[in-house]
Design a protein around this ligand. Sequence first.
Ligand SMILES: *Cc1c(COP(=O)(O)O)cnc(C)c1O
Length: 395
Amino acid sequence: MSADRYRPLMEITHRPPISFVEGSGDWLVDREGNRYLDFVQGWAVNCLGHCPPVVTVALARQSARLVNCSPAYYNEPARELAAALTARSCFDRIFFCNSGAEANEGAIKLARKWGLRHRAGAYGIITFDHGFHGRTLATMSASGKPQWDRLFEPKVPGFIKVAYNNLEAVGRACTTETVAVMLEPVQGEAGVYPADTRFLQGLREFTRERNILLIVDEIQTGMGRCGTLFDHERAGIEPDIMTLGKGMGGGVPLAAMAATEAVACFEPGDQGGTFNGSALMAAAGLAVLEAITAPGFLEGVRSRGARLRQRLEALSAKHHLGEVRGHGLLLALNLQQVNATDLAARALKNHLLINAPRPDTLRFMPALNVAEESIERMVEILDRLLGEAIPTPSH
Ligand SMILES: *Cc1c(COP(=O)(O)O)cnc(C)c1O
């Protein structure tokens, strides 16, 4: 019955037969009226929770004024958002687009263009095992997901994958054909594995010495998710290119590729896209950026992150689980023998949305303004489910 109901939607993943009709803050409501506590938040997208007033008001105001005038013309929200992003980062130029994959495509194209101009046509990009950069052909080719190795062949050439957090491996892979190194400061889809701060610094030194570009994919880690506006800030480095997406629009499709002046070498015709940088999406982006850069907001992310981490560590100790990884409000808990996919499915039955990026790992990506009670509630549910999963030895 319910399978038929959703049949017109193309099957792209296994979805539970639940359809959501409303959301507010940390909570979602399905069409039967059940309430769910949401620790997925549209895959780290709803950075201010569901339907945050700052975003809904900005969208309502802007939609009554100007929705879209084509990227062939300037609009004020896009100009303001670009100015605000450049003022708060080491980048000078911003290209807006509609998805993370599209931002990364732009970054790859810009690196190749720069290579043509400044490095005699060098085009190779070093990326990392288990990395994730999106689902277009080029970004799948850049990704290091083992399950994708033989999918949709032939891949886009020009990507060499090496071990994460291994500077020597990068050195060995680098040739005269190499134009850039591209990485996530925390590998999110891989299961939340942070790059060592020393590794990020080492990469910056190495890429400068070799005169190649450093591209950071901050689609998941950026916009406050890890407790600073951008996660590369923790290493004190200035990359050449950065991509943003996910939380940037507070729920609406907005992504960006940022570059320094020296690298921003696109010429008219090289890059574009019908919907890019529309006034409506940019207005949502401005509202989000304003909220997360308001005094005290990022401190709040760090303290909520510390609380969540502490609760997860306590759960781990109590149930004999593994490590807690990540920064800010992008955290993962290794479950050791407990099956995370199975646990996430049982959590859903208990009206908790949680993600298992790997069979042994749970990932937590709540709203950046998640309520403390929501953290406690989520931990209580997990505690109970874990108690059922591993019967404690009899006393
Ligand atoms: C989600 C994600 C992407 C892809 O973004 P889409 O908007 O799904 O295209 C790319 N890189 C990283 C690190 C991501 O987390």
